[in-house]
Design a protein around this ligand. Structure first.
Ligand code: FES
Length: 162
């Protein structure tokens, strides 16, 4: 479950300021989106019409660019990002069970962020260390040869999204 993406008047004013600095520079859309994401941790959906107006584009064009880049997000992300590998090597060595346990432990589904913004859960096609399968990545640190006990140990501070 994700936190509602409501923003304050102050945040909206800050978006206006950032956008006005890049006004009418179509080439600057990516740096502008990155700047907003760096400041808020994501790109508030409310900023999309503002960005579009400023660049002389349709909101759907801005949304299209955001959707194209996997590194741009329109939802808040957790402080800790957990990625569970769904690649073949991990799958045949129990990756499906590992994903189920991680979901249960974090209390969220893949693609979701916990309401306290502590965790985001994602799945990936292959981390590139198949010999260690099944793998999960927590805050960019790979944990190989995962099993139920290791999942419990790794996420011991978490119990069903508490
Ligand atoms: S399949 Fe999981 S690391 Fe390659």
């Amino acid at each position: 479950m994700s936190k509602a993406t409501t923003i304050t008047e102050v945040e909206l004013a800050r978006i206006d300021t950032i956008v006005s600095e890049h006004s009418r520079q179509k080439w600057a859309m990516i740096p502008l989106l990155q700047k907003i994401q760096n400041e808020f941790g994501y790109i508030p959906p409310q900023s999309i019409p503002i960005i579009a107006r400023s660049l002389g584009l349709f909101p759907s064009q801005v949304q299209g660019v955001i959707s194209f880049y996997a590194q741009l997000y329109t939802q808040p992300r957790g402080r800790t990002v957990v990625r569970v590998c769904r690649g073949t090597a991990c799958h045949v060595r129990g990756g499906k069970t590992i994903l189920k346990l991680v979901k249960r432990r974090l209390g969220i589904e893949e693609g979701e962020t916990s309401p306290d913004l502590e965790y985001t859960l994602e799945t990936v096609a292959c981390i590139g260390v198949c010999a260690l399968a099944p793998n999960i990545v927590v805050s960019d640190h790979v944990h190989g040869h995962m099993n139920p006990k290791k999942v419990e140990q790794l996420l011991k501070n978490r119990d069903g999204g508490a």
